[in-house]
Design a protein around this ligand. Structure first.
Ligand code: SAH
Ligand code: SF4
Length: 395
């Protein structure tokens, strides 16, 4: 069946208010924070551990959206919880489904800021691409997110909330039935992998991203193993060893150039931490082995970084590092100063990389029709406001 792109505007029917005040959501909190909230409503110290485990199972294993469902929690406690707290996820402003099954959600956070989350289904896996910041402070010249000026860190709850609402929308909780099963992976789990490749530089929001990954990886909860979570960084070198020690997820590096002069231009943070320092940090990444390789991302920009000499230099540069290479066809956005390399050139480049022993290195672009591909994410409200300022129609 040919799928057509659809866009749906959704308003969260569960927006919860008590006497005009919004109740704090417990969905996305860690065990410690959950314990504090329970103590604040008078749960005795000696019961806290048990109550936290009960809530943990309801929130993260079963995806409960109402305290009423928590049948093994005493009724009066359920009522107190419901009076003080909610289980809301970030509000979904719109949902777009690409012809290739990719889904993109525009989310509105409590302070009115927007972020995007993308789900990419494949036959044997489903990858959720989540955001770590509103916008990004770095200005990589080929990235749409980098052109957004407004930036703030997401909280751990907002990061975990993206996983929870994606599971809601695609029916990925035990016993749930997807609204639209077409194109979803065949296995029991629909979200098998999480990548921090949405908006933002995750290592600039270290603590919240680390805490969110710990909640996602918790074996008694969402259970997305650290081997299936990948953090992508533009190269915040001092944070790389710390990330390995404290979070230990898989790592992806946005390399994009093999010479400092060019990388300084494409990924300006390179001026602070050049290629050599970056690769030294990669070599020392805790747990690095042939079974746990670092992925090097390389965006294919026509006439800029896509020569055969660049390909040869790339494999030489990475020779002694257990690595995967991921060639990303440049995803264009309005006003972008680059073009995607010609397909022929990408193939020639890939052949050099293949011959050096790296398997199928080209990432097929997904969700292009809904601007869901890598580096295209940007807050829609911001685009809209900008176009209003210019007197044009909303983007
Ligand atoms: N800030 C982090 C993670 C988010 S970007 C980072 O830079 O790694 C995720 C990936 O998309 C990065 O490799 C980034 O360089 C790449 N990317 C950004 N804009 C792109 C574009 N327009 N086309 C293709 N890839 C892009
Ligand atoms: Fe930020 Fe990554 Fe985009 Fe660079 S590529 S501007 S680091 S989101």
């Amino acid at each position: 069946m040919q799928r057509t792109m659809t866009t749906t505007a959704l308003v969260d029917p569960r927006t919860a208010t008590v006497e005009g005040a919004t109740r704090e959501s417990l969905a996305g909190l860690g065990r410690e924070a959950l314990g504090e909230r329970l103590a604040s409503i008078g749960v005795p110290e000696r019961q806290l551990r048990m109550r936290v485990s009960q809530l943990w199972g309801w929130i993260y294993v079963r995806g409960a959206t109402s305290f009423d469902h928590m049948t093994d929690v005493a009724k009066d406690l359920r009522q107190t919880l419901a009076a003080r707290f909610s289980l809301d996820r970030p509000e979904i402003v719109s949902e777009q489904v690409s012809v290739d099954g990719t889904r993109k959600w525009l989310l509105r956070l409590a302070d009115g800021k927007d972020v995007e989350t993308v789900y990419i289904p494949e036959e044997d896996r489903g990858t959720l691409c989540i955001s770590s910041q509103v916008g990004c402070t770095l200005n990589c010249t080929f990235c749409h997110t980098g052109t957004q000026r407004l930036v703030r860190n997401l909280t751990a709850r907002e990061i975990v909330g993206q996983i929870m609402l994606a599971r809601d929308r695609i029916g990925d909780w035990p016993g749930a039935v997807p609204d639209d099963p077409a194109g979803l992976p065949s296995g029991a789990r629909k979200i098998t992998n999480v990548v921090l490749m949405g908006m933002g530089e995750p290592l600039y929001n270290f603590d919240n991203v680390r805490d969110a990954c710990a909640i996602a990886a918790d074996g008694a909860g969402l259970s997305i193993s650290k081997r299936r979570i990948t953090l992508s960084t533009s190269g915040i070198v001092p944070e790389i060893p710390r990330w390995g020690d404290e979070a230990g997820t898989m790592l992806a590096i946005s390399l994009h150039a093999v010479r400092d002069t060019l990388r300084d231009e494409l990924v300006p943070i390179n001026k602070k931490w050049p290629i050599r320092a970056l690769l030294d940090a990669c070599r020392a990444y805790p747990g690095l082995s042939n079974a746990k390789r670092i992925t090097f991302e390389y965006v294919m920009l026509k006439g800029v970084n896509d020569s055969i000499a660049d390909a040869k230099a790339l494999v030489k540069l990475l020779a002694k590092i257990p690595a995967k290479i991921n060639l990303i066809p440049f995803n264009p956005w309005p006003g972008a100063p680059y073009e995607c390399s010609d397909w022929e050139q990408i193939e020639k480049f890939a052949e050099v990389v293949n011959r050096a022993g790296y398997a199928s290195p080209v990432r097929s672009p997904r969700g292009r029709d809904i601007m869901a591909a890598c580096g295209q994410l940007k807050s829609a409200s911001l685009k809209q406001r900008a176009s209003e300022r210019l007197g044009g129609a909303p983007a």
